[in-house]
Design a protein. Structure first.
Length: 402
């Protein structure tokens, strides 16, 4: 068990990641600034006690470049002595930022760190960085690159999940998210985003589609069938997995994670910091792990990463009360639940990224905070958070409520 404690967390609402989304007018630096300002303001935090700001950001180019963590800290009027760094473990970046903060605290190299993430997908779209994993044929050959959606369809094909199965999962994600908003489950941690005039532009998650039913989702066309056929990605996947006869394309925009904007921040520190700052810890970080997994299918890492983490912490799956498994695609979470034989009523109980959206660099920190709030609401003890990541990776963290 580490000595790292979680003192507080905040997140912005998730705005639709399009030009007509409510957060499109808000720059990434402002999203990050408002999250950092909120975590400071809620705790009356003397930022001179903070040793670092670490933010995940998956597309750290253009408006999200230039070490957005350090610049956002300065823009949020943190003490000039607080450095900053941005990191990129693809979709797991926000959680990896928290884990790195915990590692620094546990190694006695920091007393307090603000960690989290930011992504403005409406202003800096996916693949804006033009990396070799998308564009270099020689690299694609070595990594068996196929788009993540085709990897999700490959998982569904292997596991026998049909279109109605993944759509039913998505409907439940929408139902849970709508219920959670109605019950005020997110109220404690949401920071309304304001414009330059100080007026609130978004106070609730915008991607949510309450009332979505199976009939609605059935109207949607498979999102990745055309690319799989016309661009040859299905052929690559079948060459890598010769035991699969053909890929059944079942994932759509309705049962995959939503493209959104958002930011989150988590205050991590040791006991001495809490005493100096006059704060009480809400949870401890029991352990964390990251892992590489098969890069073609790309999305299967949460299972071996969870197994690695449970072994490291000497815990079993039965020791975990609640799970947050990022809903990159429905089949990802369904495979996780089937492998560990976990009932759905312990997984993503407030809905997930299918309903709420997935602001790449921020999601890991967001769902850690969501499940901490839910542990407190339900008077439970432990939670495991995990996300798959591009290029075949995954990250996982276990927290224990205090």
């Amino acid at each position: 068990m580490t000595q790292a404690l979680i003192y507080d967390h905040v997140r912005t609402p998730r705005g639709k990641g399009r030009a007509d989304g409510k957060l499109h007018e808000i720059t990434p630096i402002q999203l990050a600034t408002q999250a950092l300002d909120a975590v400071r303001g809620r705790s009356s935090l003397d930022t001179a006690l903070v040793d670092d700001v670490i933010l995940g950001c998956v597309m750290p180019v253009g408006e999200q470049g230039c070490n957005i963590a350090r610049v956002a800290a300065l823009n949020a009027d943190y003490a000039v002595t607080v450095p900053g760094q941005q990191l990129n473990r693809f979709c797991a970046s926000g959680l990896e930022a928290v884990n790195l903060a915990a590692a620094l605290v546990d190694a006695k190299q920091a007393q307090a760190v603000v960690a989290g993430g930011v992504e403005s997908m409406s202003r800096v779209p996916i693949a804006s960085d033009g990396g070799a994993c998308y564009t270099d044929p020689a690299v694609n050959w070595k990594t068996w690159y196929i788009p993540q959606g085709i990897g999700a369809d490959l998982i569904a094909t292997q596991d026998g999940y049909g279109r109605e199965d993944v759509d039913a999962f998505a409907v439940e994600s929408q139902r849970r998210a709508a219920w959670s908003w109605a019950q005020g489950c997110f109220d404690r941690s949401i920071v309304p985003v304001k414009d330059v005039l100080g007026q609130v532009v978004l106070a609730r998650d915008e991607h949510l589609r309450p009332g979505t039913g199976l009939a609605d989702l059935a109207k949607l066309k498979p999102a990745f069938a055309e690319a799989g056929d016309r661009n040859g990605y299905d052929a690559v996947a079948l060459y890598r997995y010769p035991r699969v006869e053909s890929i059944q394309h079942v994932h759509t925009g309705g049962n995959s994670s939503g493209i959104v904007d958002g930011a989150a921040a988590v205050l991590v520190g040791n006991k001495a910091f809490g005493r100096r700052a006059g704060l009480k810890p809400r949870a401890r970080i029991r352990g964390f792990a990251s892992i590489g997994s098969e890069p073609a299918i790309m999305l299967t890492g949460p299972v071996p990463c969870t197994e690695k983490l449970l072994k490291r912490t000497r815990m079993s799956i039965e020791d975990i009360d609640l799970f947050e498994v990022n809903e990159a695609f429905a089949a990802v979470v369904m495979r996780f639940m089937r492998h560990f034989d976990i009932p759905h009523d312990r997984v993503n109980v407030n809905g997930g990224a299918i309903a709420l959206g997935h602001p790449l660099g921020a999601t890991g920190a967001m769902i850690l905070g969501t499940v901490l709030d839910e542990l407190e609401r339900r008077d439970l003890g432990t939670a495991l958070i995990t996300l798959c990541a591009a290029a075949g990776m995954a990250t996982a963290t276990i927290i224990e409520r205090i």
